[in-house]
Design a protein around this ligand. Structure first.
Ligand code: XMP
Length: 509
């Protein structure tokens, strides 16, 4: 494995992604990780990441210098290089020119990290400080117009440093450079695959829980579904999944979950039908944030009650992913403004007194999908479009009532049916319907109608941070509109939402 020390760069997760793309396992750890822990991990190589701090600044992050005496190859990137240079007696200087963006890299020696890399190649810079004086034993390997020491190495010690970022795609040969570090320098093997992960994870889960019982809140989404199947493989009937029907699910969703997990996969599944309770609490509520809080709180209450019905439960499993883990402990990222109190709201109460089992906590989302496939889960689950925890409640603008839910469910089902039939489901990040609290006049047969307006939302995106409205073909939009107006009582007008994120958000509430 490769250990990545997190000095706070926005590109850290990207370094990990790149290492894993080469089928080498890696883990990101904070700089205060004890030397003894690093020794016990026995990594083949260490990568010191970039970071926003200046090395001579008070409180700048530092890792135990002892890592430089372990005989393990080290690659310092940007701040990581500066840390290494400072720790080994060199000098870092505040540059007059800040270098940000593309730069041409002149490679002096095509060996080590630069084996097989062209003499001139494009790299991506993002730094203020640079290396003034290299420590004893280092030689310059590459430079740019502004940065004389753009790369350096100490061959004897197996230390390498890059002032630029090999992990971003703008560094043309970045992938090759990382491969050189991993395979030629660290002698890593390409052993990280989902197959090996399953073997490893199953053993780890068994070691942690023994013959204890584990409960898991199953939502039907990718993460909890994959976690369920993995845990089921490890401990069989000792995994008890709890599915809470909160009354704001899509059409037939609850039945589909029972069918897939209980009937097909033979997973121990308990069902809490709590729709009525949720709806009674949502009565008269129109504020989106209040809807979220009510649903979040009620979910915890129902889940807790269900959990107490099961005897001798010691563990609670969650489908936490790696980005959640890294972000939740990041010492450097400040809290961003709360636009919607959404993500990871499912935080279950500490008072439940259960030990956490988080078998996906070292995986990225796309790895979870690969894992799902490896475990034999259907594409329909593995590639499912995201669905928000508060469900249809935040897609009914205004008050959530049983009647309005019924209208939205039917319309949404037609929309999804058409999206699937036209092979668009997997191409879209999300596609759904939104029921507006506005009525408009229409004509049906010879009758005047005065009914609801329904909006269609279809988005493309990679990560939901930014998203574009999808340019759906007009004939498909026409068919969706005709079918909804004809087949759903209570809707006489369909509109298409043509706003992107930002400045709009994906969900309407
Ligand atoms: P927005 O609307 O902020 O949504 O552009 C970004 C992504 O997050 C999902 N979303 C939620 N997920 N609870 C969730 O679990 C929520 O309250 C929530 N609100 C939005 C949204 O569907 C999109 O994928």
């Amino acid at each position: 494995m490769i250990l990545i020390i997190d000095f706070g760069s926005q590109y850290n997760q990207l370094i990990a992604r790149r290492v894993r793309e080469h089928h080498v396992y890696c883990q990101i750890e904070p700089p205060d990780i004890p030397l003894a822990t690093i020794k016990a991990m026995n990594p083949e190589g260490i990568i010191l990441s970039g970071g926003p701090a200046s090395i001579y600044e008070k409180g700048s992050p530092r890792v135990d210098k002892g890592i430089l005496n372990l005989g393990i190859p080290v690659l310092g990137i940007c701040y990581g290089l500066q840390f290494m240079v400072d720790a080994l007696g060199g000098k870092v200087i505040g540059s007059k020119k800040r270098e940000y963006g593309f730069a041409e890299l002149n490679v002096k020696k095509q060996s080590g990290i630069f084996q097989g890399v062209g003499k001139k190649t494009q790299c991506w810079m993002s730094h203020g400080d640079s290396i003034g004086e290299l420590p004893h034993g280092f030689t310059i390997m590459a430079s740019t117009a502004n940065t004389p020491v753009a790369a350096a190495e100490n061959l004897k010690k197996n230390f390498y440093g890059l002032q630029f970022h090999p992990e971003v795609v703008h560094t043309k040969s970045g992938k090759k450079m990382l491969a050189n570090f991993l395979f030629d320098i660290c002698r890593c093997k390409k052993s990280w695959s989902m197959k090996s992960f399953v073997t490893h994870a199953v053993a780890e889960i068994r070691a942690q829980v023994g013959d204890g019982k584990v409960i898991l809140g199953l939502s039907g989404g990718v993460d909890s579904s994959v976690a369920a199947v993995l845990l089921h493989r490890a401990i069989g009937r000792n995994l008890i999944c709890v599915f809470v029907d909160n009354g704001v699910l899509r059409l037939n969703e609850a039945d589909k979950v029972i069918e897939m997990f209980k009937k097909n996969l033979k997973i121990n599944l308990r069902f809490a039908r709590a729709g009525k309770l949720f709806l009674s609490r949502l009565k008269g509520v129109t504020d989106p944030e209040r809807k979220r809080k009510i649903i979040g709180r009620t979910f915890i209450e129902v889940f807790d009650k269900e959990a107490h019905k099961i005897k001798n439960v010691k563990f609670l499993a969650q489908g936490t992913l790696y980005p959640d883990l890294i972000e939740s402990r990041s010492a450097f990222g400040g809290p961003s403004a709360v636009i919607k109190s959404h993500h990871n709201v499912g935080g279950l109460p500490k008072k439940m007194n259960l030990q956490l089992v988080e078998p996906l906590k070292h995986l990225f989302k796309d790895e979870v999908r690969l894992l799902g496939k490896e475990l034999g889960l259907a594409d329909d689950v593995v590639w499912r479009q995201p669905f928000p925890g508060p469900g249809l409640a935040i897609r009914i603008i205004g008050e959530v009532t049983a009647k309005r839910l019924d209208v939205l469910r039917k319309a949404d089902a037609i929309l999804l049916e058409e999206i699937r039939a036209n092979n668009l489901y997997y191409k879209l990040w999300q596609s759904f319907a939104v029921l507006l609290p506005i009525k408009s006049v229409g004509i049906m047969g010879d009758q005047r109608t005065y009914e609801n307006i329904l909006a269609i939302r279809a988005m493309t995106s990679d990560d939901a941070m930014t998203a574009d409205w999808a340019q759906l073909p007009h004939d498909i939009l026409a068919r969706i509109s005709t079918r909804i107006i004809n087949e759903v009582r209570g809707v006489n007008r369909v509109v298409y939402d043509i706003s992107s994120k930002p400045p709009s958000t994906i969900e309407w509430e």
